[in-house]
Design a protein around this ligand. Structure first.
Ligand SMILES: Cc1cc2nc3c(=O)[nH]c(=O)nc-3n(C[C@H](O)[C@H](O)[C@H](O)COP(=O)(O)OP(=O)(O)OC[C@H]3O[C@@H](n4cnc5c(N)ncnc54)[C@H](O)[C@@H]3O)c2cc1C
Length: 468
């Protein structure tokens, strides 16, 4: 029987990063993955493929709607080849998952393909697709089994007409009318992809606003911009049922006033969140506690109630984000090596990759109000920037929230072009506990979108933005 210092179960961004860091720190490491490709949800059916389709559909939209503004004329119609677009997405996925395989080899990590199930706290049975079994011994284990799409109790996902994000990433036709249940990140990103490709898109959301966890100002602006792009929104609507026939779906809901309404479409994307995944793990055999929400319970060291078993990523509490899972993977590896790592969960940024992009870090205005923190706020619109006008990306703004007395930046919320990348400046500033004045006194290259951050900081410091 092979023996390891660490066995990682699950090869998503949490698991494979944990494995690399363990190997870097000199531990003999194994990783177990039930699928034939590494990379987990993120690389196979999450972050990477969704961004590939967002980019492809963005190019198409530009060609159809905006090229002529730039003096670029295309003779004849611009056409979509969906099959090719999906194949390109798959090629990006294959390249990226292949990259993880390379990294495992480079770091001398043993990869086991099969379902990992605890036999006891130091032994894991691995069942391969052909049914054969192998058992390995591990001094320490890291559970990184991630999550799966969740649904509502009365909805049956048939994967044909009533689908999750996984199927939405490989449709064979452009929906005529895509009804999306849930106005969160995944629903909106995929909704925008198909809207750009010509589908009618209706978003039915239970809450009174989309992207409900983010600052209210971002929800409002994103809904406004997506509405302009033709997406229809039905907020404060409680879905009561979804039925499908061979070619049609019917979603029923109660509207704001409790009156029944009906949406007919050819596809229904259920994007109501994700649930932690521990099926087949046999956590009980090791004595690992799973809480009532299905999460593996961990303490501040990401250690389960069994001292040599840790858990990271989507399968534990906290934001279900790839970069959060990665940080936790590194954290556990370094803890096992006797180091004292730290993660500031307040500074894990959240991003929506629609266009305009939405990004945020730190506290929202609603959270500060609720906590009774005295704060000041400054905002700057992208439309006032030369760079935004040059590229015709004028929607959105940057908003900074800072402590009323100390001026320390407490939250940065932005919507606009390239915000997914711009947010890194805010994270850096907040990691070093910058004040809004610190940011406002840093030189920002001109012309760039980053100037909106400097201007918002000037507005926050003492209401002296220069270009409004
Ligand atoms: C459409 C979509 C878009 C997304 N976009 C983004 C984004 O842009 N940015 C972002 O930060 N996040 C995004 N996410 C979320 C992100 O994918 C997850 O937060 C991330 O993948 C979590 O990583 P993880 O390592 O915890 O688990 P996962 O990536 O879910 O990986 C878990 C792995 O464990 C394997 N596994 C499970 N049980 C076993 C077992 N018993 N034995 C062996 N293997 C097992 C699974 O097969 C899987 O490969 C997106 C998700 C979706 C669905």
């Amino acid at each position: 029987m092979s023996t390891y210092d660490v066995a990682v179960i699950g090869s998503g961004p949490g698991g494979y990063v944990a494995a690399i860091r363990c190997a870097q720190l000199g531990m003999k490491t194994a990783i177990i993955e039930k699928y034939s490709t590494l990379g987990g949800t993120c690389l196979n059916v999450g972050c990477i493929p969704s961004k590939a389709l967002l980019d492809s559909s963005h190019h198409y939209e530009h060609a159809v709607k905006h090229f002529s503004d730039h003096g670029i004329e295309i003779p004849g119609d611009v056409k979509i080849n969906l099959e090719k677009m999906i194949a390109r997405k798959q090629a990006v996925v294959d390249q990226t998952t292949g990259g993880v395989e390379f990294l495992m080899k480079k770091n001398k990590i043993d990869v086991f393909e099969g379902v990992g199930a605890f036999k006891d706290a130091t032994h894991i049975d691995i069942t391969k697709t052909d049914g054969s079994q192998e058992t390995i011994e591990a001094k320490n284990s890291i559970i990184a089994t991630g999550s799966k799409p969740s649904t509502l109790p009365f909805i049956t996902i048939d994967k044909k007409r009533i689908i999750t994000s996984t199927e939405a990433l490989k449709l064979k036709e452009i929906p005529k009318h895509l009804v999306i249940i849930g106005g969160g990140v995944i629903g909106l990103e995929l909704g925008q992809v198909y809207r750009r490709l010509g589908a009618e898109v209706s978003v039915v959301e239970y809450m009174d606003r989309i992207i409900p966890g983010m600052d209210k100002a971002l929800s409002r602006e994103l809904q406004k911009v997506l509405k302009k792009q033709g997406v229809k929104f039905y907020t404060s609507h409680k879905v009561t049922g979804v039925k499908s026939t061979a070619k049609q779906v019917t979603v029923t809901a109660d509207d704001k006033k409790g009156n029944p309404v009906e949406f007919k479409g050819d596809y229904c994307l259920v994007s109501v969140g994700r649930r932690p995944y521990t099926d087949g793990l046999n956590a009980e055999a090791a004595g690992v506690k799973i809480n009532e929400r299905g999460q593996v319970e961990v303490n501040d060291h990401l250690q389960t109630n069994v001292s040599n078993i840790y858990a990271i990523g989507d399968v534990i509490k906290g934001a279900m984000l790839a970069h959060k899972a990665e940080e936790e993977g590194v954290f556990v590896a370094e803890t096992l090596a006797g180091q004292k790592p730290h993660i500031d969960y307040n500074l894990i940024p959240g991003v929506v990759y629609t266009w305009p992009e939405v990004a945020a870090v730190g506290k929202t205005e609603e959270e500060l109000k609720e906590a009774g923190v005295a704060y000041k706020s400054g905002q700057f619109p992208f439309r006032a920037l030369g760079r935004a006008r040059a590229s015709a990306d004028i929607d959105g703004f940057v908003k900074i929230l800072a402590d009323e007395k100390t001026d320390e930046v407490l939250g940065v919320h932005m919507i606009g072009a390239r915000c997914a990348d711009l947010i890194a400046e805010a994270v850096t500033a907040m990691e070093f506990r910058a004040s809004s004045e610190d940011i406002s006194r840093m030189s920002h290259a001109h012309p760039t979108f980053t100037e909106a951050i400097k201007e918002a900081a000037l507005a926050t410091t003492d209401n002296r933005a220069l270009h409004v």
